[in-house]
Each structure stands twice: as C-alpha cells, then as structure tokens.
Write a protein that binds this ligand. Structure first.
Ligand code: DX5
Ligand code: ZN
Length: 227
C-alpha cells in the first residue's frame, strides 16, 4: 500500500505560489482548498486560480471543495485538468451522480466527511469513488488540532477496502504532523494532507520525507504480513 503526502497550499505564501510549489517537489499531489464562505466560514480560491495553478504546478492537483452547490462547480475543476476533485457529502444529495460526472470528465472523484458525519451510509457506495476524505478537523481553517475521535471512520473504511479490489484512497486532512500521522496511518489512512507542518518547516522536503517515513512505519497492518 503506497502512502501519499499532499501538502496544502492553504499554508503557503499566497504571493509566491510558483516558488512555493518548487519547495514541495518531492510530494505526491498538491492539495488545494476551495472555500466559499458559505459551506465554511472562510474564503480562498476559485476556478480561475486553479486553472493557472494547473499550468504551473509540477505536481497533480488534489482539489478539496468546501463549497455549497458542488453540482454547479465541481465539473469545472475536473475540466481544468485537476487529477482529483473531492466534494463534501454534506453539500449534496446526489453524491453518486456527481462522482460519475467527475469520472466521466477524467478526474478521480472524492467524497469528504466532516468530523460529525457518519461514514456508514457511504460504505455501500465506495465503488463509485476513488477517494474518501475523512476530515480530522472542522473544515475551514489551517493550523487546527487533529481530532482523534474521527479515527473509527478510517477503521470502517479500511475494513471495507482490505481484501476488496477497490482502488480507493483514504485521505485525512487537518492537524497532520509527524506525530498525528502515525495515528492516522495505523487507523488505515494512506493519503495525508499537511499544510502548516510542511510549509511551516524550514526544510519542507525534509518534513515531507519525515512524514512519509512515519506513515510507512505505522501503516495499517505494519508488523504483520499484510501489505
Ligand atoms: C482545512 C483544510 C486543510 C488545511 C489543513 O479546512 O481542508 O486542508 O489546509 O491545514 P493544517 O495541516 O495546517 O491543519
Ligand atoms: Zn483540505
């Protein structure tokens, strides 16, 4: 099971995105937080910004839509060439239809769950998705503390994926550090978003390497014959 480290540019220098992207070349994808000041009480970037990032980024884009009305907006991000587009379960009543549209356009389709949202209703829908994002903070702001109370959801998801032929990435986002990544990896996550811990480091490449190493050594099933 490969681990992925996706730095969040919410913690980057907004005046210098191109050079900030250069500091995280050893990462897997670039996590881009889209907030609309409706679904969450904060406002970040929109489609025009992502179209430009897509042109200059050496890494594929992992779009996290914290917006109302994802049916209206999400397909545009896929059309812009984003590798992965994740919308929130709480923002739509038709998650499967939207995921199918995203896949049809050519993006991986992700569904995100706020800390208080139960994963159980989605467990039977997993073949429709390429990623489940288990939020480990309340969405809206970087720099918050990891909520360990969300880990049972990862265990439920990992149990479904294990032994199946699903190609489903299990992502965590919020408060991921070299300490908390161990907890999330052991619970079953394989894709880790990290904002402040990467961009706040003196040496982001060294921090990415450390996160990768900690995720690998604590990954679900480590210490036995599972892979
Ligand atoms: C929070 C965002 C996160 C945020 C994580 O709503 O979805 O992606 O950038 O930032 P850190 O790693 O600082 O918690
Ligand atoms: Zn995010």
């Amino acid at each position: 099971m490969a681990n992925r480290i996706n730095p969040s540019i919410l913690a980057a220098d907004f005046a210098n995105f191109e050079s900030e992207l250069g500091r995280i070349r050893t990462a897997d994808l670039v996590h881009v937080d889209i907030m609309d000041n409706h679904f969450v009480p904060n406002l970040t970037f929109g489609l025009g910004m992502v179209e430009r990032l897509q042109q200059v980024s050496p890494l594929p884009l992992d779009i996290h839509l914290m917006i109302d009305d994802p049916e209206r907006w999400a397909p545009g991000y896929a059309e812009a060439g984003a590798f992965s587009v994740t919308f929130h379960a709480e923002a739509t009543t038709e998650p499967v239809a939207l995921a199918r549209r995203l896949r049809q356009i050519g993006a991986r389709a992700g569904i995100a769950l706020k800390p208080g949202t139960d994963v159980t209703p989605y467990l039977e829908l997993l073949p429709e998705f390429d990623q489940v994002l288990v939020m480990t903070v309340e969405p809206g702001f970087g720099g918050q503390s990891f909520m360990e109370s969300t880990m049972p959801k990862l265990a439920q998801l990992r149990a479904k994926v294990q032994g199946s032929d699903l190609d489903l990435w299990l992502q965590v986002d919020g408060g991921i550090t070299e300490q908390t990544i161990q907890i999330a990896a052991a619970a079953g996550a394989d894709t880790f978003v990290a904002g402040s811990s990467v961009f706040g480091a003196d040496n982001p490449a060294a921090q990415i390497a450390l996160l990768r190493e900690r995720a690998a050594s604590h990954r679900h099933g480590a210490g036995n014959l599972e892979s």
